[in-house]
Design a protein around this ligand. Structure first.
Ligand code: PLP
Length: 410
């Protein structure tokens, strides 16, 4: 008999260790000036985690502000179209601000408030994390500064304005490639200088300890819910859980509560871009090498000299040279499998979900869908496949149209 577990027990993997390591990955590879703020943050977070008042307030915000629990949706049209395994979607796209990023932003903003910090900073790439952070800061009356590469600001003007509407200051970063990596550097610099009154809300399960652990914990709610919902709906666990992997937050959140269920296959999907060749993709498990970037030991796309390679993906949210350390750990352990979907496959999946379900997925989430679309027809109809729909695709319509060769004249 498979998938007979019926209770949600604590996973036996109680990682990271006290030094922030997941095996050889993770850690705290930062300048000495950052050690004190990180230690202070770890202490505050671990005490909040055990504080029933903090947890009650978080639960209240998850329900009233974020819109949790998110729906577990049986994708009947897509399932019928593919003619194989039954496909379910975890609808994180229906959350406030349109993606899973809000789960972490709200958790960390609450922590900032508990720590007495009146100012919040964040980095953002495409703008989803910046918008989520700006939203909760507006609600909490916290000053909010978002660092964003100048190139990204030009590409994502609408999200820049959304943040400004919510009272956030968006600071252009003009260093290097003028994208996400440089924005993280600037945010770190600001944090060191202003740590007395400032909390840095990092947007993914990446960076120096405690960020990968903390972000994972705030995203775990995805698999806590999906596990219960699946048991309710199907009276058993899914055979596969599939999620896209940028830094790795929606994926680790989607997988975490299934780590101890050996019959549930967990699959992370990275951005295959145009091709698996230097500079053309962001599939760190297909060509990445061990190294340190922005506080963390993990797999990184780098050249022979250790310089960070350029990356490409049709989806901005998956376009990063390094992968979260917990994913590196489970990849090496063999507990989570990793594949990749290329730009074309993601765009095809994007269109197919629109046509079969009337649901417009984010291009990031479309990578997870693309993998499901390949896998489902190879499986018998009694198998169950759960895909995390990490965000909605409204933000991507313009870019997707262009990528598919349609010119919109609005
Ligand atoms: C940011 C983003 C991602 C990638 O980030 P992870 O930390 O890997 O989850 C995926 N999907 C959406 C919709 C995003 O906004």
């Amino acid at each position: 008999m498979s998938n007979s577990a019926t209770t949600s027990s604590a996973p036996r993997f109680s990682l990271p260790d006290a030094s922030g390591h997941f095996g050889e990955f993770g850690g705290i590879y930062v300048p000495e000036t950052l050690m004190t703020p990180l230690a202070e943050l770890t202490k505050a977070y671990l005490s909040a985690k055990e504080d029933p008042e903090f947890q009650a307030e978080l639960a209240h915000l998850q329900k009233q502000y974020i819109g949790r629990p998110s729906i577990l949706y049986y994708a009947e049209g897509l399932t019928r179209h593919l003619g194989g395994a039954k496909i379910y979607l975890k609808r994180e796209d229906l959350l406030h601000t349109g993606a899973h990023k809000i789960n972490n932003a709200v958790g960390q903003a609450l922590l900032a408030r508990c720590m007495g910090k009146k100012r919040v900073i964040a980095e953002t790439g495409a703008g989803q994390h910046g918008v989520a952070t700006a939203s909760i800061c507006a609600k909490f009356g916290l000053e909010c500064v978002v660092y964003m590469g100048a190139t990204d600001m030009a590409r994502q003007a609408l999200n820049v304005y959304r943040m400004q509407l919510m009272g956030a200051e968006v600071r252009a970063v003009n260093a290097g490639q003028k994208t996400l990596k440089e924005a993280v550097n600037e945010a770190m610099r600001d944090w060191v200088t202003n740590v007395r009154n400032t909390h840095y809300i990092l947007g993914t399960a990446y960076g120096a300890h405690p960020f990968p652990m903390m972000v994972r914990d705030f995203q775990r709610v995805i698999s806590k819910e999906s596990r219960e919902q699946m048991l309710q709906e199907e009276k058993r666990l899914p055979d596969y859980v599939i999620a896209c992997v940028g830094g790795g937050s929606n994926a680790i959140g989607s997988f975490f509560e299934y780590l101890d269920d050996p019959n549930v296959t967990l699959i992370g999907v990275e951005a295959g871009g145009r091709a698996i060749a230097p500079g053309e993709h962001a599939a760190r498990f297909s060509g990445g090498k061990l190294g340190v970037l922005q506080g963390c030991m993990t797999y990184i796309l780098q050249d022979k000299e250790g310089q960070i390679e350029g990356t490409h993906s049709v989806s901005a949210g998956l376009d990063y040279a390094a992968v979260g350390p917990e994913h590196a750990y489970y990849w090496k352990k063999g507990r989570i499998q990793y594949g990749h979907a290329n730009d074309m496959e993601a765009l095809d999946a994007f269109k197919l979900l629109c046509r079969t379900e009337g649901i417009l997925p984010a291009l990031e989430s479309s990578h997870a869908l693309a993998h499901a679309i390949k896998l489902a027809p190879t499986l018998p109809t009694d198998k169950i496949l759960l895909v995390n729909l990490s965000g909605r695709g409204d933000k991507d319509v313009w870019h997707a149209a262009k990528a598919m060769g349609t010119t919109l004249t609005i």
